[in-house]
Design a protein around this ligand. Structure first.
Ligand SMILES: [Ca+2]
Length: 377
């Protein structure tokens, strides 16, 4: 071993040793556990709703007591799919409207993400989603069990955002006849906002099931966007899982192309190269690209009521990296500031109205998918 290698190895050992023994800067309190939890949302009354991938929606109080919500659609469970994200209508307090994303499977074996909405009465003896209707579908449905994306977010203007993964098919991300591999902006009823960037293309678009897919598109060239969040200046950020490395944090701009699968700072899983972003400046460049990968599953911003040093930061949940990644955003730029080793795959991370940080583990194998509450020391 030459001196440089020896020094690198020693540095690696020392850094690893320091991280492994380093205490987390917060307390971790397990609250309860779920069967493959995927997403959570806080309700105005301090309870929360949690989705489980196999198709259950649970009403959960802060002590961890759970009640099942009835009236959910059948979900196509398998691989990365099942019941996915959940979001509350901006006027939830008056209309009780809840949005969920999930996978629809068909008799011919194809699948695709869908978004539906229904009303929930939180005071009902048996809580249920009623008046459920599907308002959006991934088009076209495809075979395979991966890369649905299907994170949901309402922005401050009341638009519904849907992230749509590439279904592991690569080329649809650049195909404007498909809403796969895109970030989409909808009205709350699923209709297309008249000021979307590609809305005028609808005239040439063969309508599919009455839906003009061009019109939904806000940005294209995405792979598997698993987190979407607005910062405190109203800028929109999407975090997406790259191929072999090259996970991306992107600042989302109207009508822009983020380059997948033409470019990625990662490469194909079998080692075949994908040209890096730097080779094709016509595509939007990620604000952070992670090599090695963190495998992000979710993105949210922190107000910092309790975690005062984290004010305005974003948190990304790390699946493969088994970490929570703290990101500082400064204008149009972003950088990773700290990484917390949680020792388990993290699916979702969200600051609660109480200022605590709430975390859902990703169940896999023996690990059980706990809900954790983080509090400053
Ligand atoms: Ca590359």
């Amino acid at each position: 071993m030459n001196m440089r290698r020896f020094t690198l190895a020693l540095l690696f050992f020392l850094t690893w040793g320091a991280q492994a023994s380093e205490k987390l800067p917060f307390k971790v309190e397990p609250i309860t556990a779920f069967d493959e939890p995927w997403a959570m949302v806080f309700l105005p009354d301090d309870r929360m709703l949690v989705t489980e991938k196999k198709g259950s929606l649970l009403l959960v109080d802060r002590a961890g007591a759970k009640r099942k919500v009835n009236g959910l659609p059948d979900v196509g469970y398998g691989g990365q799919g099942g019941l996915g994200d959940i979001a509350l209508h901006p006027d939830f307090s008056s209309n009780g409207m809840v949005y969920i994303s999930y996978v629809e499977s068909t008799a011919d074996g194809t699948r695709g993400a869908a978004v539906g909405r229904g009303r929930i009465d939180l005071d009902a003896r048996r809580p249920a989603l009623t008046d459920f209707e599907v308002i959006w579908r991934q088009y076209p449905k495809m075979v395979g069990y991966g890369h649905y994306g299907h994170r949901l977010m309402f922005d401050d203007d009341g638009f519904l955002w849907v992230t749509s993964g590439d279904r592991q098919k690569f080329t649809p991300s650049q195909d404007m006849q498909s809403n796969v591999g895109k970030v989409l902006r909808l009205n709350d009823d699923g209709s297309i906002p008249t000021d979307n960037p590609f809305v005028n293309h609808n005239a040439q678009n063969p309508l599919v099931d009455g839906i003009g897919v061009y019109g939904e598109i806000w940005s294209l060239g995405h792979r598997n966007p698993l987190g979407i969040a607005e910062d405190f200046e109203g800028k929109l950020w999407v975090i997406e899982m790259g191929p072999l490395h090259g996970d991306e944090l992107n600042l989302i701009r109207e009508g822009r192309n983020y380059g997948y699968p033409e470019v990625s700072d990662g490469d194909h899983y079998d080692g075949r190269p994908i040209p890096d972003h730097a080779t094709r400046p016509e595509f939007e460049t990620p604000k952070i690209s992670w090599v090695p990968a963190i495998s992000p599953g979710h993105l949210s911003f922190v107000e910092g009521k309790l975690f005062k040093g984290w004010q305005g930061n974003a948190l990304a949940s790390g699946l493969g990296s088994k970490a929570i990644v703290r990101i500082s955003v400064d204008g149009d730029n972003a950088r990773e500031v700290e990484r917390y080793d949680m020792g388990t795959r993290i699916r979702s991370v969200l600051e609660g109205p109480d200022g605590a940080i709430w975390v859902l583990e990703d169940e896999r194998g023996a690990s059980e998918g706990r809900l954790l509450k983080l509090m400053p020391l």
